[in-house]
Design a protein around this ligand. Structure first.
Ligand code: BES
Ligand code: MN
Ligand code: ZN
Length: 501
């Protein structure tokens, strides 16, 4: 889809989208059309329940006195309260509403909003970003979809008094959208196509953006002593992998010494059957997106490199397939992680923490990062706690937690902090080894996080349990149903707010 920006000018034909504020107050462009049509918009508004609230819209077909095919009025609410997020949602809703309405090109008039805090260029850029995010589709495996069922909208022309600045701002956001799309693609791919080696190969495309990509195979990981990760993958005929991605965007300091990187680590279980502790059949198909954490890290790297973020970043993903089989790991197996700690594997379905144990220690010991944030579809229990509204946040660092929480609120990818402490940590102590891979009956998400914490040393660290937010069954204004890519925009914002030079 093509999105362009230009200065406001009268729209003579086609489909036009105009704003209306609370109390049915017409924007300048809406008023112009209303006048030209002899008051048709005013009459249509009066005859409807449309009040101009955010989220409302009203379509007027072929108003007389004009050559317009369709005028779409969108509610902007109270100008004073209009936010970037409202603009983004409006863009998503307009795309969603018009993409299948037999329109191929639309013009959107985003006049200055009298009394609003947000600048017109930001309204325009956010609107465009929302439309782009809503335009995502994963349809590569549909061979028989009829043309008329496919989205028809291919061009959005946005008119804004700040069009030049909007274009610049949107170019950056569009790079973030590209990262989001990559994450959604990876999460949506089926596990017969996307498995550790094929996923690792797909990360190679990032080298085009200036990212250094290294892929570790099983022999290399064995040498490094990654017994926890390798144990999970040993039941699968597909070999495990670890991918290390580096983006060096920070300017060199005066001393010439490279700035310590920040690090993102992802769980990449390309399919989680549970292993010998086999999951029930119902809903098992959801476990194709058990690599969601890794997909976010990969999409985030693409977003950061795409917009040339001035920061040094490392992305590490542990890729395995958790299968039952003759060589699969058994409940009661004992494994030794890369850092030498021993783990009794009591349930093979608690595999994500085993993968992350080695990925986190590897990242920490090799890169000595300023902080690490890991993402994982780690526990079903986090869905019981927080549903699909918030990701679970666990951290040993208040500042990092506050920054993540703030960034999440800004981009509407919200996180909620959960506790960590000695009492929960004790629940994974084990008589036979340094620890076991499950806790007691309660607090399943917390004991999983305590397990991870045993592998991060003193480095500031946060764990996002994204099991409840990685996949959505419902369309939302900027997130079509399916893979959400929750975390890409959040972590991009975290970086932009705090870590760029
Ligand atoms: N991948 C699952 C967690 C999950 C569940 C993600 C539902 C998304 C939706 C994870 O590997 C798992 O199986 N966790 C177990 C842990 C338990 C055995 C301690 C769980 O949550 O049941
Ligand atoms: Mn599992
Ligand atoms: Zn899993």
């Amino acid at each position: 889809m093509k999105i362009s920006f230009s200065k406001p000018a009268a729209v003579k034909s086609g489909v036009v989208v105009v704003g209306v504020s609370n109390g049915r107050k017409l924007s300048e462009s809406a008023a112009a059309i209303d006048k030209q049509s002899g008051g048709i918009l005013t009459r249509a508004l009066k005859a409807s329940t449309f009040k101009g609230k955010t989220g409302q819209s009203l379509t007027v077909m072929a108003p007389g006195g004009t050559k317009l095919d369709r005028v779409v009025l969108i509610g902007l609410g109270k100008a004073k309260e209009f936010t970037a997020s409202d603009a983004m949602k409006a863009g998503g809703s307009v795309y969603g509403g018009l993409s299948k309405a037999n329109a191929s090109s639309i013009t959107v008039c985003l006049d200055s909003l009298e009394g609003a805090d947000i600048k017109p260029e930001d309204v325009a850029a956010e609107f465009a970003f929302g439309a782009r995010l809503q335009s995502y589709r994963f349809d590569k495996y549909r061979t028989r979809e009829k043309a008329e069922d496919k989205p028809t909208l291919t061009t959005i022309k946005i008119q804004s008094p700040g069009s030049a600045k909007a274009k610049k701002a949107f170019e950056i956001k569009d790079q973030v959208a590209a990262g989001v799309f990559l994450t959604r693609d990876l999460v949506s791919e089926p596990p017969n196509i996307l498995y550790p080696d094929s996923l690792a190969k797909r990360t190679k495309e990032l080298t085009k953006l200036g990212i250094k990509v290294e892929v570790l195979n099983e022999t290399q990981m064995k040498k490094l002593g990654m017994g926890a990760l390798l144990g999970v993958g040993q039941g699968s005929v597909r070999e495990s992998r670890m991918v290390v991605m580096q983006w060096k965007g920070a300017p060199k300091s005066a001393s010439g010494k490279a700035d310590a990187p920040i690090a993102f680590v992802g769980k990449g279980v390309t399919f989680d059957t549970g292993g010998i502790s086999l999951k029930p059949a119902a809903g098992m198909e959801d476990m194709k997106w058990d690599m969601g954490g890794s997909a976010v890290v990969i999409g985030l790297m693409k977003a950061l490199a795409g917009r040339k973020a001035k920061v040094n970043v490392v992305g590490v993903v542990g890729l395995v397939e958790n299968m039952p089989g003759g060589n699969a790991q058994r409940p009661s197996d004992m494994v030794t992680a890369m850092d030498g700690q021993t783990i009794e594997v009591l349930i093979t379905d608690a595999e994500g923490r085993l993968v992350l144990a080695d990925a986190l220690h590897y990242t920490n010991s090799r890169f000595k990062p300023k902080f690490m944030v890991n993402l994982a579809t780690l526990t079903g229990a986090i869905i019981v706690s927080l549903g699909n509204e918030h990701a679970g946040l666990f951290s040993n660092n208040d500042q990092l937690s506050e920054r993540l929480t703030a960034a999440g609120l800004e981009v509407n990818e919200k996180v909620w902090r959960m506790p960590l402490n000695k009492a929960y940590d004790k629940m994974i102590d084990c008589d036979a080894a340094d620890m076991k891979n499950i806790g007691g009956r309660g607090a399943g998400s917390i004991t999983a996080a305590q397990f991870l914490q045993r592998f991060v040393g003193k480095t500031p660290w946060a764990h996002l349990d994204i099991a409840g937010v990685t996949w959505s069954g419902e369309d939302a204004p900027t997130v079509p149903k399916g893979g959400t890519a929750f975390g890409v925009r959040l972590l991009n914002q975290l970086v932009a707010n705090n870590y760029e030079k």
